[in-house]
Design a protein around this ligand. Structure first.
Ligand code: AMP
Length: 249
């Protein structure tokens, strides 16, 4: 079974994100970038499927500027077999990415596509669903456990208030939730080996896709600063404050 994994390059999760002074977006110049954490979980799951003899080949795909190749190298060092870089300097949005991924998927014909549930930069949580919609494939979003059963995939989903289990007919698209697995660190030998693995470069034009953004960002602002809290000495004081100051009870 061929598995295709979509990996996005985002600001490193440990970096404090700063809004540009003109409010046009967030500062990315000279900021540490990394693979989106949910995409790491997606790669890890595919690698585990390969180690279990369920997956035969893992193709990692990233869409964006030249530096996405680095993110693909990370996926290759974690265990993906080859990479595909769809090169564009456009500011991509979920629909554009979904159309690009659809074109790559039609070319590659994987049985399973794994994406992150959301990218931690735009927090869109849309791409995986859009890919499934455009392809007319089954989808299992927010997956916390996956089991391939012949031509079907059993996916445990994290939903409000609990877990839901769905049985998907393959081919299917899955998006990863936090509890699906704990991604491995790439070992030094594997980082070296990854340098020799192939990365194919494609363009939106070559795929016949126009990923021009459809949405205009009007303004990006910092969230309001949290006011400092106070400590109360007794339950009675807490109740009094909730009743008379906060007026919530
Ligand atoms: P989003 O819908 O933007 O929250 O992203 C959800 C998931 O879609 C990510 O975790 C990736 O797996 C995939 N994705 C989004 N943007 C890209 C991109 N530029 N290249 C590759 N995969 C992407």
């Amino acid at each position: 079974m061929k598995v295709l994994v979509a990996v996005k390059r985002v600001i490193d999760a440990n970096v404090k994100v700063r809004v540009k002074t003109d409010g046009s977006g967030v500062e990315t110049a000279n900021v540490k970038m990394a693979m989106n954490p949910f995409c790491e979980i997606a790669v890890e799951e595919a690698v585990r499927m390969k180690e279990a003899g369920v997956a035969t080949e893992i193709v990692a795909v990233s869409c964006g500027g030249a530096s996405c190749a680095e993110t693909l190298r990370t996926a290759l060092a974690m265990g993906a077999d080859r990479g595909i870089h769809v090169q564009t300097d456009l500011a991509l949005q979920p629909l554009g990415v979904a159309k690009l991924l659809k074109a790559v998927i039609e070319k590659e014909q994987p049985k399973l596509v794994i994406t992150g549930k959301q990218a931690i930069d735009d927090d869109s949580n849309q791409t995986g669903q859009m890919v499934a919609g455009l392809l007319g494939w089954a989808q299992g979003t927010f997956a916390s456990k996956l089991t391939v059963e012949g031509e079907q995939l059993r996916a445990k989903r994290e939903v409000d208030g609990g877990l839901e289990t769905v049985l998907l007919k393959l081919p299917a698209v899955v998006t990863t939730d936090l509890r699906l697995n704990e991604p491995r660190y790439a070992s030094l030998p594997n980082i070296m080996k990854a340098k020799k693995k192939p990365i194919e470069a494609l363009t939106p034009d070559a795929l016949g896709v126009d990923p021009t953004p459809r949405l205009t960002v009007l303004k990006v602002i910092e969230p309001p600063k949290r006011k400092s809290g106070t400590k109360v000495k007794t339950v009675a004081e807490l109740v009094e404050k909730l009743r008379n100051e906060a007026k919530v009870i």
